[in-house]
Design a protein around this ligand. Structure first.
Ligand SMILES: Cc1cc2nc3c(=O)[nH]c(=O)nc-3n(C[C@H](O)[C@H](O)[C@H](O)COP(=O)(O)O)c2cc1C
Length: 186
């Protein structure tokens, strides 16, 4: 029911439904979440949905697709890193890590191509934090987390992490999704 004094919005005339269009207007920074499996394998995932959710303790929430390899690794070891991409050249790293580690997640690939595991960090300069996860040399900054809570939310799982370490690496600001020109919303 609408209030008689409020204007009534008819929705958008375009094909994309109104709620999706509105969600696409949300603004996100672009991050790379680093994770490690119990066998030592590393992974890196491009992620928009990262935010601080508490001061004391200092907690962040990251929403991760239920079938992401990153989520599997985070469940295994209980740690992860968040690298903030730099506005100047973060797009180069974003392109390196955007594909899923499991090539089978990409539709239309041959059986042989689907069987591949993509090592997304192969062409990215990084070091390993003492928690075992990747810290990118060219990040604007980074922080590491210990997992405190996991909350299934629809097709994603919210991972709540307590920040254990972190630093700003370079002067400047974060790369934001609008500048990158890719969308992860709606
Ligand atoms: C701009 C952009 C932002 C993304 N943000 C997220 C995100 O916040 N959470 C998520 O689960 N996936 C996000 N993705 C998708 C993951 O990067 C993608 O599913 C990745 O393949 C998962 O990697 P993994 O299976 O190797 O862990 C985003 C993709 C793009 C292009």
């Amino acid at each position: 029911m609408t209030h008689p004094d409020f204007p009534v919005f008819q929705g958008s005339p375009k094909e994309i439904p109104g709620p999706e269009q509105a969600m696409l207007k949300l603004s996100y920074g672009v991050h790379v979440v680093g994770s490690r499996a119990t066998n030592g394998d590393l992974n890196a995932m491009l992620a928009d949905w990262v935010m601080q959710v508490s001061f004391k303790p200092r907690l962040v929430a990251v929403s991760i697709e239920n079938d992401a390899r990153t989520l599997r690794y985070i469940r295994e070891t209980g740690v992860f890193s968040v690298n903030l991409l730099h506005e100047k050249d973060g797009d180069v790293i974003a392109r390196q890590v955007v594909m899923p580690a499991d090539a089978s997640k990409v539709k239309g690939r041959s059986e042989e191509a689907s069987a591949q595991i993509i090592h997304k960090l192969a062409n990215v300069a990084y070091g390993i934090h003492e928690n075992g996860c990747a810290i990118l040399d060219e990040a604007l900054g980074w922080f590491t987390c210990d997992v405190r809570e996991l909350h299934p939310v629809g097709d994603h799982t919210i991972v709540v992490g307590e920040v254990t370490d972190g630093a700003v690496v370079r002067p400047g600001e974060m790369l934001i999704e609008r500048e990158l020109g890719w969308e992860y919303a709606g």
